[in-house]
Ligand binder design. Sequence first.
Ligand code: 6GU
Length: 237
Amino acid sequence: MRIRILTLFPEMFEGPFKASIVGRAAERGLVEITVHNVRDYAHDRHRTVDDTPYGGGPGMVMMAQPLFEAVEDLVARELSQAGERPKVILTTPQGRLLDQGMVREFTSHKALIIVCGHYEGVDERFIKSCVDHEVSIGDYVLTGGELPAMVLVDALARLVPGVLGDAASATRESFGPGLDGLLQGPVYTRPAEFRGMKPPDVLFSGDHAKVTEWRRKTAVDRTGQRRPDLLKGWPST
Ligand code: 6GU
């Protein structure tokens, strides 16, 4: 999967995408992530990318022209490289709330362009003409769409085959597709007793069916207590 990120702050991506599982995935060629500066597409001497809003009001609005030309350029590069038009995602608090289903849907595309929104917003003519999906990561306001873009890339990368180690994939598998969308129940590791606290006996029983049933039950209980909204329509079959 190829991901191109369009941002006013390319330097923000240097740390997160070098370290971590995402960094390893990029190194191994499982995902290809490139970061592009919107300012490189400005035309004037000052490389202007924002301006005051029509109608007045506080803050600045990201101009249509640099974003428009940047996306045109990145789309053209993708078409010449792979021949499949990439989906364009804009990170903005006005977007649809990101969930695992949307992440899964996005992984069906070979290439994505993620545009990081900023300031008081983005000229609507760019959004109307160039953006396929507007995405928010939660009901709170951040200073910019860069962190949301990183969140999205992280969520996407871990679904690319081979990115998670065998152990992690196997764990998810054994958890069973039936628990998809539920919160995970409690987990424990050595020592068997810590400050007087012991894990439930069933985890030491060696009975895999019983352990699986315990994991299912604790996942359902916890989801009911903390996120009852997730239980609506579950199980799906
Ligand atoms: Cl995608 N952008 C900004 N600026 N704030 C947010 C957000 C996005 N998602 C939640 N808050």
